[in-house]
Design a protein around this ligand. Sequence first.
Ligand code: FUL
Length: 626
Amino acid sequence: MKDLHILCLILFLFLGACRQPFPPPAPYGALPSSAQMDWQKMEYYMFVHFGPNTFTNKEWGDGTENPQLFNPTDLDCTQWVETAQKAGMKGIIITAKHHDGFCLWPSQYSTHTVRESLWKNGKGDVLKELSVACRQAGLKFGIYLSPWDRNHPFYGTKEYNQLFANTLTEVLTNYGDIFEVWFDGANGEGTNGKRQEYDWNLFNNTVYKHQPDAIIFSDVGPGCRWIGNEAGYAGETNWSRLDIEGFMPGKSPRLDTLNSGNRYGKFWVPGEVDVSIRPGWFYSQETDNQVKPVDKLVDIFCASVGRNANLLLNVPVDQSGRIHFKDSTRLMELKHTLDNMFTHNLAENKRVTADAVRGNDKAYAAENLLDGRYDSYWATDDHVFAASIEIDLDEKKDINSVLLQEYIPLGQRVSRFVVEAWDESKNTWKLLVEGTTIGYKRILRFETYRTNKIKLHIQESLASPVLNNIEIYHIPQAYLPATEKTESSLINNEGHLPTEKWTIQSPVHTRIVEIIDGKKTSVSINKNEAILIDLGEETQFRGFFYMPEENVSAANLARYNFLISHDGVNWTMLKRNAMFDNIRNNPIRQNQFFDRVVKGRYVKLEPLELTNQAEKYIVVEFGLLK
Ligand code: FUL
């Protein structure tokens, strides 16, 4: 009898051990490659814009800049690397060549490089110094290489594409591993007045040949995609899938599509949010007091990393060749704030249950959501597209933030969910926040609520949901979404000439005075109407500014003529067919300086081209600069 017992026990244990685990869910839709997975896990890294523009106070150099201007006095890539690392960033992408064509390394394919500069007597190589510093610190290294080249004589000829591929090869083969290659879609005119038809196949193949694991960024990937604005915001709905057929960099899908991806897109092209810590991409002394405040940066973080995108935060290097202390201090404040916000996870070690578990198998249990391991996940049966997860907090806690992660190696699936809290007084669940997509990471912030239980209810999913992480936080009130905060409606008038004596002679428009009233109000003006102002007396000034509407879809001014006159009859052209640099992608205030101080009584701004096909352009403010 006793033997029989032992036999049964052995049989039982044996059968238990033999029990096949329930098969995992089949992948759904387009999937990330392993390089894309590694990239996604980086989450947050630094962009560095540096080059002649740093020394000329411009956003887009025109390629005629004297290379000798480039002369940082104290260039220190270790300082950049340390700053990035202490800020919690995982890599650095540098503008190896911006649109002005200047190469930060001594390229054999150009005569407009560090070799022609005064820096280190022409013996320097920024890419070498930075790549070595990154490697030593364990940061990844990436490059931005602009195909648009306003200096190279080949640009706009049939030789250029191969020349660009050669230039690319040089960068890809001399500086170790490159995690990301950043291709800007900008395609303007070169020295011969022509635009280049880019050979993207050649460029992409060149990258893959030398750096097969590099992520290629462009408007449409293929590695990752532009998020459709330079303001720091991914869509609240953000699919990592995108339909890219028929599109190319510079001829991308609509901006709102780039912002949200395509629900059923054919390719895995996750979003990357590129944004600058200052208004522009390059360093300028005048923006030293405009480094974004911490609450804005937190908001950007939550709207990028917290919306299934990676964050590429630009920190421009200054004329000394170092990151300015205003930016580095701000980054440390940001790191400190994020650490405080997301360290104390209230869900840790708590009881978690789900109303559906795949095959009722422990391998897919809800506990996997709290075990801190990336590759263990909770899943449901194939036909179950809606399900709920409950977390018992043991005792009542104030909560106002939830972090969710889908296990994207099996595809992005969830399309609608709500987070609810148990309301003891009413004996019911209270809605805290609702959302659409989750993706690699989703951070939701909502009004503080005190509760002992929270529920994630997935209402809709394109395939059975698969999640690997839930975290719950109580973050400081100051970092909740900025809805109640009212932005000042006044414009900082530092450096502006007073406008009291001015009369706007044209256009005739009921609200026209609002363009010079020092307030942020938008006025629409017909696209063929110039702005003509009588300054009331002969006046000296160095330049003018134009404030567009800060929205990539707005119809702002893109090209203009600027004229001056003593009598309102005879005019002198100060800027002809001039461009507001990068205004389409980054519609920020535009300061335009002349090459000398000018004097006159009348000024005229003639519109030549708008940022889109609209009939009217917007002016928030116009003024003259001392
Ligand atoms: C844009 C460029 O034109 C800007 O100058 C900047 O480099 C930004 C990151 O990309 O398209």
